[in-house]
Structure formats: structure tokens, C-alpha cells
Design a protein. Structure first.
Length: 286
């Protein structure tokens, strides 16, 4: 029996532009939580800074806003402190792959059990439309009048090459598909990355809903996500055909599985702490 999806609604005023792809992601996240029969207190949604990072304001669960590019480190700490929490990190492409690039590397290495949703609109939407790490070469923006000159970052190829244990792609306009990807990512044991194609209707006039719909296709049941070589080949598809679905999976221990005293003990949040126990250490400094 699914949780009433209305439990995740808030009365917060939404500042996203009408037609923004973020609405589809928010709806898909609520649907995924509802389908898993989760309650608001069992979930933590964390973010950095940006339009995508406003998501914790618009969903009735535990929420946390970090700094720009810093959504993953506090999520790591929260999971270590309370391993029973279902943690979702929600960031933009600039937030995740630009400012937060170093953190995503080590999240993959550690394989911490969290789900990372990247709202990939190939632009910096909050700061008025300059090119992001995933903006294509030649794309003219509000800041790059002659077009972007740097190569676009390929998050799927990057994650697969590092052995990320769950790599998927979806489209914000297909709420059903995206909610299923989020469910599977949350049930996966380890760090799960979903790169979500998310049109920015205000600043990105190239990668529109139509642009994506003309190119996306869905991986079928015959596709084997455990085949790393073939998955990497899929990661190279973009201009004419863009695959959606679970592109790569790898089963391996999570960070907490590798630390016995955390794996086998109660979450830190449930442990009884007595401040007086620190007196024996403080006495050394008197």
C-alpha cells in the first residue's frame, strides 16, 4: 500500500519558472517516495545551491541546504549518523559536476548508500544562463556570446569509468519513467547517480523538450547494465540518440559495510551520549 502522496506536499511558494523541468522531477520524487510506502520523517532530501537545490523547500520531508557544490559531504555525514534514513541529494549540473566535481569522485569511491539526482539542464539557471560543465561546444549563452569553447562534460561516461555502482539517465518530462528510476536507485545498496535531462525554458533555447523527445530512447529488457564495456559505449551516444534507463550497475559493498563498528552498531543518532564522559579528556588540559 502506497503512502498518500499528498503527505509530501508543502504550502511553500514555488519560484521556478512556469514550464521548468524541475516540476517533473519534484513530482517524480514524490511519486517514488509514495510508491515505496515511505513517510516524511524517514526521508532526508539534501542539496547545494541553485534552482535544483530549492527542491527541499518544496517537499515535506527532512531537508538541508548546503553550499554550492557541497550537497554530497553533509549527506555522507547524515548517512553515517543515521543509516536508517533514506537520503536523496538533489543538485544541478553545475552544482554537481562543476563546483561539486571533487565530491562526486569520492562519493563514487566510498559507495555511500545515497541517491543523487542531478537536474541536468546544461546551463546555470539560477545565475542567469551562463554555460555549465555539460553545455555543448558552440552553444551561445547569456555570458558566452560567441559560444562555449570548452568540451562538454560527459557525466555518464565519467561515472562508469570510475566504477559507480548505479548509473542511470531519465527525462523530467516522463514522470513515470523517472519515478521508477528513483525507486530503483533508492533500493540499490550504494551510491546511485541519476542524470536527469531537464529543460530550462528560460535560458536554454537549444536543449528544449522537443530537442530531447526527438532523440531519447529507452533501454529494453535485453540490455545488460552489468556489461561495463557496452555501458561505456552507450555513454557515448548523444547527438542523434540518447539512451534512458539504468546504463550501468555494479554490485559491491557500501561504505558502511566496510566499516564494521558502524555496520554492526546502532546509528549514532540512537546512541546514548553523556557529556560527562568527556571530562577525563578535558582534565588533561587543566
Amino acid at each position: 500500500m502506497a503512502t498518500d502522496i499528498k503527505l509530501f506536499d508543502t504550502d511553500a511558494e514555488n519560484s521556478w519558472c512556469p514550464g521548468c523541468g524541475n516540476f517533473g522531477i519534484l513530482n517524480a520524487l514524490k511519486k517514488a517516495l509514495s510508491n515505496q510506502d515511505l513517510l516524511p520523517h524517514e526521508v532526508l532530501v539534501m542539496s547545494g545551491i541553485g534552482q535544483a537545490a530549492k527542491t527541499p523547500h518544496y517537499i515535506n520531508v527532512n531537508g538541508f541546504n548546503g553550499l554550492h557544490g557541497r550537497g554530497l559531504p553533509p549527506a555522507f555525514g547524515a548517512k553515517v549518523a543515521n543509516k536508517s534514513l533514506k537520503i536523496v541529494v538533489t543538485t544541478g549540473d553545475g552544482d554537481a559536476y562543476g563546483e561539486g566535481g571533487n565530491h562526486i569522485i569520492h562519493s563514487i569511491r566510498r559507495n555511500i548508500d545515497i541517491t543523487h539526482l542531478v537536474h541536468d539542464n546544461q546551463i546555470y539557471g539560477l545565475t542567469k544562463g551562463q554555460g555549465s560543465p555539460t553545455t555543448a561546444v558552440g552553444h551561445k549563452t547569456s555570458m558566452q556570446f560567441d559560444g562555449v569553447v570548452s568540451d562538454a562534460f560527459n557525466p555518464i561516461a565519467f561515472a562508469i569509468s570510475l566504477g559507480c555502482s548505479f548509473v542511470a539517465r531519465s527525462f523530467s518530462a516522463d514522470v513515470d519513467h523517472l519515478s521508477k528510476m528513483i525507486e530503483k536507485a533508492m533500493k540499490h545498496k550504494g551510491y546511485a547517480l541519476i542524470d536527469i535531462l531537464q529543460p530550462c525554458v528560460t535560458f536554454n533555447k537549444v536543449n528544449t523538450y522537443k530537442w530531447y523527445k526527438d532523440r531519447i530512447y529507452y533501454l529494453d529488457d535485453e540490455y545488460n547494465p552489468y556489461d561495463k564495456i557496452n555501458a561505456f559505449k552507450k555513454s557515448q551516444e548523444w547527438d542523434d540518440e540518447i539512451p534512458l534507463g539504468i546504463i550501468y550497475k555494479e554490485d559491491k559493498p557500501t561504505f558502511l559495510d566496510r566499516v564494521p563498528h558502524i555496520k554492526e552498531s546502532k546509528p549514532l543518532v540512537d546512541k546514548k551520549l553523556n557529556p560527562k564522559n568527556a571530562e577525563k579528556f578535558l582534565s588533561q588540559f587543566r
